[in-house]
Design a protein around this ligand. Structure first.
Ligand SMILES: NC(=O)C1=CN([C@@H]2O[C@H](COP(=O)(O)OP(=O)(O)OC[C@H]3O[C@@H](n4cnc5c(N)ncnc54)[C@H](O)[C@@H]3O)[C@@H](O)[C@H]2O)[C@@H](O)CC1
Ligand SMILES: [K+]
Length: 627
């Protein structure tokens, strides 16, 4: 689909996240030209705040309390002007200043509209413009009083820091946010972030609703880290463009629903640092069967998964691949695992032959402590994927090193001719136990799928000592680092999965996939993901063979597998499909930040149940019923 400029901008607005330096470059010419961005921002915040207030169960129009937490910069200015608009509408508005100064114009507007200011700083500097008419409207307060004010509010605007944040919150801001998080009102609903992440309606929370202005204060705006205290938001209203923290884990879990105010920034002039995955990308990786098809032309997946120790992984990966729209699955493994695969999936072919994708390692031990034939086969295959092995003939790999029985499939030559090339032409996914066999440098056609524990072990081989917890705190940083070390396409698993690798031009592209549900944290889920990955790799290869469609990057294919996997889990758990447009919206006068159809919270699942949902997710992608 060719997008015109307007569509490209609208797409970028909801998907692409830009670092602070780019945001500053975007806004600078507009500010120079006198465009009143702060006024526009404030009007949007006030409008969204009214919507949030109206959606709260104890709806008491015109009596509702709004507290604005204000820092000294322009983020605080946005909050103060929004507070002024709300006070003008008759709401009970007060601001709490965490610094020694405030945005002059914003404070004057708030006080003029009848709002009050409480400040926590002994040497608060009252602006000259506010002297005189404001007797009793500027009050020195204590942190305990401020927490009390916040707890009794209906809506809190978090306008402490935005894109000017430097490191973790400090001083009074840190103290106040910490005290709010430990207050009774917040402690009584500690699960609300998890519920919101499940796209379950959480507006019934007894604590005040939190609207973050531009970004929740205290998070790493450019890298999605959470270096210290911060206030989790129910809604984040952001200006001009998405900031990386809004889509990168772990910060993205504390942003709530996201509303983007369009300032007509020239987004096409800069490269986003990360993009939010959606169904449109996944849809491109699914190949519609054609009347000329044979089982070979629809894609053949080769699996070296499962082991004597973990035979179940063979079944899960093989069945997931077979259910994700391919013509055939070849399974290579020890007798017990092979028998189990055949019992569950009589369609599986156990003889070696040509394939269009390889999945290796799921359910394979990760050390050579005990001899394991799977590790030996995988090591032979992976040798062909080192940078200096390009040009190795695939035929050798199939028949000599992998297949015990030789290549005796009479129909194997039906595989399209492009796959009679070198071994490295065939995309390969290295999962679980095979990660310890990964060559030092590979091509971007090799996907690696570690979770944080596996990544910690892999990084050690490249001289980086970092724990799984440290990786979970900064997953984007470490996913990029291992991508740079290995040259591969990296899929770092998590509640929000990060995929980093070269695009079809060789430029590094990052996608974040947020479709998973926390119910997915269950044994065997990774084996199912590997199977889906194999199926997508094989069918996109088949697509490239059968028509001249634009090549799809390995990054997009890997992210699509995670997207489909997440939605299959949601379906299995009884939840409705994940939808980007529900999570991230463009601001307009009619913006509705509420869930249109509240989802159920879902139910526990086991990994094998995902497999049954895969065909329906594929069907939904074909029929455009997910977005
Ligand atoms: N991007 C845009 O086009 C627009 C930006 N606007 C607003 O302006 C904001 C940026 O304003 P600024 O550049 O003034 O920066 P901020 O207001 O985001 O942050 C600067 C203030 O925060 C304090 N601060 C920084 N790090 C801190 C920490 N770790 N702990 C405690 N205090 C800390 C600084 O001392 C300073 O007072 C945006 O986030 C947005 O809200 C809007 O007015 C509209 C237009
Ligand atoms: K903020």
């Amino acid at each position: 689909m060719d997008l015109n400029n307007k569509d490209t901008h609208a797409y970028a607005l909801l998907h692409n996240a830009y670092v602070v330096n780019h945001i500053r470059e975007f806004e600078e010419p507009l500010l120079r030209a006198g465009v009143p961005l702060m006024t526009q921002a404030a009007a949007a915040i006030a409008h969204v705040a009214c919507g949030v207030l109206a959606s709260r169960p104890e709806n008491r129009p015109r009596n509702q309390r709004i507290v604005v937490l204000c820092g000294s910069g322009n983020n605080g200015g946005d909050g103060l002007y929004a507070g002024a608009i709300l006070a003008d509408k008759g709401f009970d508005v007060c601001a709490i200043a965490v610094g020694a100064t405030l945005h002059d114009g914003g404070l004057a507007a708030l006080l003029q509209a009848g709002g009050k200011l409480f400040h926590l700083c002994d040497f608060f500097d009252t602006p000259d413009s506010c002297d005189g008419s404001i007797e009793g409207h500027i009050v020195k307060s204590t942190p305990a009083e401020a927490v009390e004010l916040v707890s009794r509010a209906d809506v809190v605007l978090d306008a402490i820091t935005g894109i000017g944040a430097q490191g973790p919150l400090r001083g009074v801001a840190k103290e106040l946010v910490n005290a709010i998080n430990h207050s009774e009102a917040w402690q009584s609903c500690t699960q609300s972030t998890d519920r919101a992440h499940m796209q379950c309606d959480c507006t019934e929370s007894p604590r005040p609703s939190v609207i973050a202005v531009d970004a929740p204060s205290g998070i790493g705006v450019d890298d999605g880290s959470m270096p210290g205290d911060m206030l989790a938001a129910d809604v984040t209203i952001t200006f001009g463009a998405l900031k990386p923290c809004l889509i990168l884990p772990p910060a993205c879990f504390s942003c709530g629903r996201i509303i983007v105010v369009d300032f007509d920034f020239p987004l096409h002039t800069a490269s986003p640092v990360a993009r939010a995955m959606d169904a449109d990308i996944a849809r491109k990786t699914i190949r519609l069967p054609q009347h000329t098809d044979s089982k070979y032309s629809r894609g053949v997946v080769g699996l070296i998964t499962g082991s004597a120790q973990y035979p179940g992984a063979a079944v899960l990966s093989a069945e997931a691949a077979a259910r994700s729209n391919v013509g055939m699955v070849r399974y290579l493994g020890p007798d017990r695992a092979s028998n189990m695969v055949l019992a569950q999936l009589p369609e599986a072919v156990l003889s070696p032959g040509r394939v269009q994708s390889w999945i290796v390692g799921s359910g394979v031990p990760d050390t050579d402590d005990a001899y394991d034939t799977q590790r030996e086969h995988i090591a032979s295959l992976l040798k062909r994927y080192t940078d200096d092995a390009a040009g190795t003939d695939l035929h050798d790999v199939d028949t000599v090193e992998i297949g015990a029985a030789g290549n005796n499939d009479p129909e194997r030559n039906d595989i399209p001719s492009s796959h009679h090339g070198s071994a490295t032409d065939i995309p390969l996914c290295v999962d679980a136990g095979a990660l310890s066999l990964l060559p030092q440098r590979v091509s971007g056609r090799v996907i690696i799928t570690p979770h944080s524990g596996e990544l910690s072990r892999l990084l050690k081989r490249y001289g980086e000592t970092v724990t799984a917890q440290e990786i979970n705190a900064e997953p984007y940083r470490w996913a990029r680092r291992i991508q740079q070390f290995t040259g591969s396409t990296v899929l770092l698993k998590g509640a929000c999965t990060i995929v980093v690798g070269p695009d079809t031009n060789g430029d590094i592209r990052t996608l974040t996939v947020d479709s998973a549900t926390s119910w997915l944290a269950t044994a065997g889920a990774g084996d199912v993901l590997a199977g889906v990955m194999g199926a997508l790799l094989a069918q996109t290869e088949a697509m490239t063979d059968s028509n001249s469609s634009t090549p799809i990057s390995t990054v997009d294919i890997a992210a699509s597998a995670a997207f489909i996997h997440g939605n299959a889990a949601r379906a299995a758990a009884g939840m409705r499909p994940w939808s980007l447009t529900e999570h991230i919206r463009r601001y307009d006068k009619n913006v509705n930040f509420q869930v249109t159809q509240p989802s159920t919270i879902g139910q526990p699942i086991v990994a094998s149940e995902l497999i049954g949902s895969l065909p329906q997710v594929v069907e939904a992608l074909f029929s455009d019923s997910v977005s």
